[in-house]
Design a protein. Structure first.
Length: 571
């Protein structure tokens, strides 16, 4: 074996400890209720040695090998690329030697990992040996890589992580040893490397495929991240064209599909398979290439609905138009799935038709169906806060020359609309008494560019509102451009907390209506132990709850517990 690359890093640390232990002082307890001093209390000794000084360097390590007042640590990382007529290998070795203070013996741990490319059988192997310094109790592993994972990039991370254990002043911060070692490994191969590819695993994968005589498309690398990856029998069955093999193992066929796959930048065969089951494969293939490309590049999941059961051609066309918007990510797929569920469930109560074809039409229809579903099942709600507080909070805020509009969510329609636009689950928060939701909207009070902010109501002499969640669309984090306006909103909330009153709620289920105040109660109150929705700790052992339990007892399909009490409501 010829060594073509080698880097070795050593780190020696010696920690000196004091030759004595400090006796803990006695602490006198407070006086008892009669004013007499109580007994002294001894602070227990924890048995730890007192660190005196830390030395770095081999000379300190060697000088104090027999001094038990020193703890010693030696770390060594070796990264090498070796080559022979049969293979090229990248190997990394980590050696750790430690001795604790007051002890005489050393603890040694070793680890070796490698990537090996066999030039004769054109296969890549990955493996390693743990505790290779031992004669018997060592562990080793080896397997042939299928390129289903980007293992080369994982090794880059492993090398850099190990380097952090031996880092000292001679190793500059930001030094990418892993990338340097992997590049030397690839350059040691007797084949041309495609440096246009950014992924190290893809570079090696291309070498392996070309040596097998496989013909590659220009975008072949987008198919390497999917499962399953082709095996030798697949190439034998479907030919030596990589794209044909990918189509074969994913049960795709036809010139149109092949033409589309030549253009994709991502590949998700499950999205196309699920869309084919939903709409029918023949109907799907009648669509234009750009739409099929978007389906293959999307991350759509299974759709729990039978499209074929929709008898109206007009409705089926409308559903497909909305599905296009889902593929384009203009509408969240969870919202689309909810709409399909509403379409099925509401037909049990009254005749409805799917009329929406555009984003705005779908938004209005979805909100109408959500309210209708709540009418028949879980009810609709309206929260009420102090008018003075609401009027102060909703005043526009100007930050960095941009106007923002805080909107307090008050009823089911507000919560449902916010949940639809932001593609989050905030619509489920309307029944939670301790949650106060503000929708902060940019440039106008109906803007789609917004942040959904949750404040938690805390008990005290003056109620305080603490911000606990601040998220954008799809529950994503906001960028720094929102920081100033959010801080300004926090200040406004705090300044006007003196006007804040605990929320009230009005509930309507079917044709039944009832109202409730809210109050802080001790968590030891026995009646709330079964109501998990109410157990939200606010301050110490106090929680905010609705005074009328029936708010949280609305169950599915309009059933309400304590029905006899509801019939006697006064409001």
């Amino acid at each position: 074996m010829t060594e073509v690359y080698c880097k070795k890093f050593d780190n020696y640390t010696a920690r000196e400890y004091e030759a004595f232990s400090v006796i803990p002082e006695r602490i006198q307890n407070e006086e008892d209720i009669f004013g007499h001093p109580m007994a002294y209390k001894l602070v227990p000794y924890n048995g730890e040695f007192t660190l005196k000084r830390v030395y770095n360097g081999k000379e300190y390590f060697d000088e104090n090998k027999k001094n038990t007042l020193f703890s010693l640590a030696h770390r060594r990382l070796t990264v090498a690329v070796v080559k022979s007529e049969e293979k090229v290998a990248l190997k990394l070795f980590l050696y750790q030697c430690d001795r604790r203070v007051s002890e005489k013996f050393y603890r040694i741990k070793t680890s070796m990992k490698y990537i090996s490319y066999n030039l004769k059988n054109n296969r890549v192997y990955v493996g390693g040996i743990e505790d290779y310094h031992k004669k018997r109790k060592f562990r080793k592993s080896v397997k042939s890589s299928s390129f289903a994972v980007t293992f080369m990039d994982q090794y880059i991370h492993i090398i850099n992580h190990w380097l952090s254990h031996v880092h000292d002043a001679s190793n500059p911060l930001g030094y990418n040893l892993g990338m340097e070692a992997v590049n030397n490994f690839l350059n040691a191969l007797p084949y041309e490397i495609d440096n246009k590819l950014t992924c190290a695993s893809s570079k090696l994968h291309k070498v392996v495929l070309l040596q097998k005589g496989i013909k590659l498309s220009d975008n072949w690398h987008v198919f390497t991240g999917t499962y399953p990856q082709p095996k030798a029998k697949d190439f034998k069955k479907f030919g030596d064209k990589y794209l044909d093999v990918i189509m074969g193992i994913n049960k795709l066929q036809g010139d149109k599909i092949k033409r589309v796959l030549h253009k994709v930048n991502k590949f998700n065969p499950e999205s196309f398979a699920m869309a084919s089951m939903f709409f029918g494969k023949d109907f799907l293939l009648s669509q234009d290439d750009d739409f099929l490309k978007q389906i293959f590049e999307s991350e759509l999941r299974h759709i729990n609905f039978r499209y074929q059961d929709v008898n109206s051609k007009k409705e089926r066309s409308n559903i497909f138009e909305i599905y296009k918007l889902v593929v384009k990510e203009e509408i969240d797929q969870n919202t689309f799935q909810d709409h399909l569920r509403f379409y099925t469930d509401l037909k049990r109560f009254e005749p409805i038709k799917w009329k929406s074809r555009t984003y705005e039409e779908f938004r209005e229809e979805h909100l109408d169906w959500t309210e209708l579903n709540q009418f028949y099942t879980i009810g609709s709600f309206a929260r009420k806060y102090s008018d003075k507080f609401v009027n102060e909070i909703k005043k526009p805020i100007v930050a960095d020359g941009v106007e923002f509009y805080p909107v307090i969510l008050l009823d089911s329609k507000d919560y449902n609309d916010e949940s639809f636009i932001q593609s989050n689950c905030v619509k489920g928060y309307i029944k939670r008494p301790e949650c106060f939701i503000v929708s902060l909207r940019k440039n106008s009070d109906d803007s789609k560019e917004r942040a959904t902010i949750e404040y938690r109501i805390n008990d005290g002499h003056i109620y305080s509102l603490k911000r606990v969640q601040t998220l954008g669309r799809f529950n994503r984090s906001l960028d720094e451009s929102w920081n100033e306006v959010i801080n300004r909103l926090d200040e406004t909330i705090n300044l006007n907390s003196i006007f804040f009153e605990l929320p009230k709620i009005k509930c309507k289920v079917g044709h039944l209506i009832f109202e409730s105040d809210s109050e802080f109660v001790d968590t030891n109150w026995p009646k709330i132990k079964s109501h998990t929705l109410l157990i939200n700790l606010i301050k110490d052992n106090y929680i905010l709850r609705w005074t009328d339990d029936r708010v949280n007892n609305v169950s599915s399909y309009g059933d309400i517990r304590l029905i006899n009490e509801i019939n006697d409501l006064e409001f």
